[in-house]
Design a protein around this ligand. Structure first.
Ligand code: ADP
Ligand code: MG
Length: 422
């Protein structure tokens, strides 16, 4: 008789675990790849975690007479932490409604009280959870599940009396819940890591092919361009009317610009072998700002500059400009609703040229800043994730240093230091 009940406890417990596992596996096999819209994903996940909660509550682990143990706390905590505010509220409401349908008794009041005390705490930690690293996430999830169970235990004690008899099952429940939360959060995080890695590999493969193709195209396009440029120069007769001379000059300039863009493409990822020279950084930055101005026109972005004249460094001007353009473009793109970008360039007392580029954009979290400059890391829908990598490569090749200060929602500041020359 005893053996049978033990087996059925294990069976019930395994069933509870299955309810937890189903949303995770459905999510990772069907949802992540196919549903791109985050809102839709959240709705689907809320439904899946909701089903998991109903499953847990409908088929609890039964310990002898009238003692039930179930793990609804886990879908609630995981659903809220990964989903956010809205899923948290929906899942809690579901728990209360479903418990209500069993009848209003002590257990029902206990459910409501526990949720009242723990949901705000879970929601409060959800924000830091979203910005945390893997280890921290596991800790937060485990602590919250511990907290929920401890609150439940306390209220049960208050409502029924703190006796050993009353509290044995809740304590077992707490231990189970915490252990299972730990396992499942680790599982989710590992799956996410693997998924992220796979995406990056796909992206890098795509870019490798694009890179090979562009380099072939670039060479093929350059030859006819050079020919055109040569003949345009031949057309440039001193007797021509001014208007026509101007047109020819514009054509030459535009051809040179196209050529520069092609050069930039070709230089992606390649080590710098360019010749360095003495250049005036202030002058170059002013040029870059003038070029990028066209990019800010319909974005409602203003660029303010404070640039000193005498900032000589040893570098290659085209490559320096390319690195600055990449950083400036990111600054502008980080402000979809417009704003101001400040660009400064001054000599410091300890013989450095200090360039700062500061925006009022979305900012980055610590984690995002850590990954900045690694290839193919982009949070933009059509981003390449190459801009910062190229910039970092170029700046370090001129013995420069880069510091990034950023705060989510406030803005980002890039500080670049080059050794000054006289
Ligand atoms: P891409 O611009 O193609 O996305 P980048 O290498 O230029 O690639 O930038 C990588 C990522 O770094 C961007 O997707 C963005 O998320 C982040 N980033 C870079 N600069 C800024 C900035 N000024 N403000 C906010 N995020 C930034
Ligand atoms: Mg960019």
């Amino acid at each position: 008789m005893r053996k049978v009940s033990k087996m059925s406890i294990i069976k019930d417990f395994l069933l509870q675990l299955t309810f937890m596992a189903i949303p995770i596996f459905i999510y990772n096999t069907f949802i992540t790849e196919r549903v791109k819209n985050t809102e839709n994903r959240k709705i689907i996940m809320t439904i899946l975690w909701g089903i998991s909660i109903i499953g847990c509550m409908s088929f609890p682990v039964v310990f002898g007479h009238n003692t039930r143990l179930e793990l609804r706390v886990i879908p609630l905590v995981l659903g809220t932490l990964y989903g956010g505010f809205f899923p948290g509220i929906v899942l809690s409401a579901l728990i209360i409604l479903y418990r209500f349908s069993f009848g209003v008794d002590l257990g029902f009041y206990n459910t409501v009280l526990v949720l009242l005390f723990s949901l705000p705490v879970i929601l409060y930690f959800q924000r830091s959870f979203a910005h945390s690293k893997k280890d921290m996430r596991v800790k937060i999830a485990v602590s919250l599940s511990f907290y929920y169970c401890a609150v439940g235990l306390t209220w049960l004690g208050i409502l029924r009396g703190f006796s050993k008899e009353n509290l044995t099952v809740p304590i077992i429940h707490l231990i189970f819940a915490v252990t299972v939360t730990w396992c499942f959060t680790l599982l989710i995080e590992s799956i996410r890591d693997i998924h992220q890695l796979r995406l990056e590999m796909q992206k890098s493969e795509k870019l490798r092919i694009i890179g090979e193709l562009t380099s072939v195209f670039a060479h093929e396009i350059r030859n006819p361009m050079q020919a055109t440029r040569g003949f345009l120069q031949l057309l440039n007769d001193p007797d021509l009317p001014d208007k026509k001379k101007e047109y020819i000059q514009i054509s030459l300039d535009e051809l040179d610009r196209a050529n520069e863009i092609i050069n930039d493409f070709l230089s992606i990822g390649k080590p710098s072998t360019d010749d360095k020279e003495r250049i005036n950084t202030g002058y170059q930055i002013q040029r870059v700002v003038n070029i990028i101005q066209s990019y800010t026109l319909n974005r409602n972005v203003e660029i303010k500059t404070d640039i000193s004249e005498d900032c000589m460094i040893y570098a290659n001007p085209q490559r320096l400009n390319q690195s600055l353009i990449n950083i400036l473009k990111n600054a502008i793109e980080s402000m979809p609703n417009g704003g101001t970008v400040w660009v400064t360039c001054h000599a410091t007392e300890d013989q450095y040229i200090k360039i700062t580029i500061k925006d009022q954009g979305t900012g980055m979290t610590k984690k995002q800043m850590d990954r900045l400059g690694s290839p193919y890391y982009s949070l933009k829908e059509s981003g390449t994730g190459l801009g910062m990598m190229v910039s970092y490569q170029i700046i370090t090749s001129f013995k420069g240093k880069i510091q990034v200060k950023s705060e989510k929602g406030i803005g980002t500041e890039f500080i670049i230091l080059f050794p000054q020359i006289n």
